[in-house]
Design a protein around this ligand. Structure first.
Ligand SMILES: [Zn+2]
Ligand SMILES: [Zn+2]
Length: 310
């Protein structure tokens, strides 16, 4: 399944020293740019002063799938080339544009620990008790109690969610749900302060799934998969994708499937007609053209790439 982009390399890029590769003498490749080649470690050290100004770490090619188990036919996926030095906040911005989200809710990235015990299923009574404990913790100095075993190595969060444009504004509901995500064993870091390479090169996270979750009410889970490397670039670049962007506040994955159904039927019910009209004018990321005539498959990569440059 992995897609690899073939990096075009000129001869000048390839060698810094004058040694030609032969069967007996294999050249080494610079671990950072994966382009420039050397005859030996000593030769690399000697040439570093000259090389370092042009040596750039390759981009990561990330494939992001929105609720991949639930949303299929069409699935909603986007593949991006991402600078390794970009922050997770910058990745978030590129993802919001790629998926046509209106950004009225908050988000987090989770580096999931593959070796954890599953979280216990909570009944209503446990849930209410925990909420009360959380309230007490918020106003006292006790830590928020954990719901179960730790699930994530790390949570990358929106800093200052109570600030302007944060939880205190349109994101109030997200703020309430945010407390369920806090775990005493999972460190949290500001998305503006962590670069992609810090996570993708971290040996401790090898094999860990990365999830981007947008909107803590509808819980849009985006699976982030590193599928290859490509030439370093200054900004993000969309490479491919499929599936119309999902309607904000449609009622999670099941709500989206119902909305699609409302467009697929030849004889919509009153409820289905209302859903269509909400999507065409009421949704915060509304699409006046709706999803009829196969538009559920449409995603305009060029338009989105142009929007990203603005
Ligand atoms: Zn050499
Ligand atoms: Zn290099």
């Amino acid at each position: 399944m992995a897609q690899r982009e073939v990096t075009r390399v000129s001869l000048a890029d390839m060698r810094l020293c004058n040694i030609i590769e032969t069967d007996d003498r294999k050249l080494l490749t610079c671990g950072r740019c994966k382009k420039t080649r050397y005859c030996s470690k000593d030769c690399q050290a000697e040439n570093w002063e000259t090389h370092k100004s042009t040596c750039k770490a390759q981009n990561y090619i990330l494939k992001i799938s929105l609720c991949p188990t639930e949303i299929t036919n069409p699935s909603v996926t986007r593949t991006l080339s991402c600078p390794s030095t970009a922050t997770f906040e910058q990745l978030r911005r590129a993802l919001q544009i790629a998926f046509d989200w209106a950004s009225t809710h908050t988000y987090d990235f989770k580096i999931k620990d593959p070796n954890v015990q599953p979280e216990p299923l909570t009944d209503m009574m446990t849930y209410i008790t925990r909420r009360m404990e959380q309230d007490a913790a918020q106003f006292g100095d006790k830590p928020i109690p954990d719901a179960g075993p730790r699930q994530n190595h790390l949570r990358i969060i929106e800093k200052d969610p109570m600030g302007p444009g944060g939880f205190a504004s349109a994101k109030g509901l997200d703020s309430m749900h945010n407390r369920d995500r806090v775990h005493s064993q999972t460190p949290e870091i500001d998305s503006k302060k962590i670069k992609l390479s810090k996570v993708l090169e971290n040996k401790e996270y090898k094999g860990a799934k990365i999830e981007y979750e947008y909107d803590f009410g509808d819980c849009w889970q985006h699976m982030v998969e590193a599928v290859g490397r490509s030439e370093a670039s200054k900004g993000f670049l969309y490479l491919k994708g499929e599936g119309h962007g999902v309607a904000e506040d449609v009622g999670a994955d099941q709500g989206w499937l119902k909305l699609r159904e409302a467009y697929r039927t030849a004889n919509p019910t009153t409820e289905q007609r209302e859903k269509r009209s909400w999507f065409e004018s009421g949704a915060s990321n509304n699409d006046p053209k709706g999803l009829g005539n196969g538009r559920e498959w449409e995603w305009d990569m060029n338009a989105v790439n142009a929007k990203l440059r603005r």
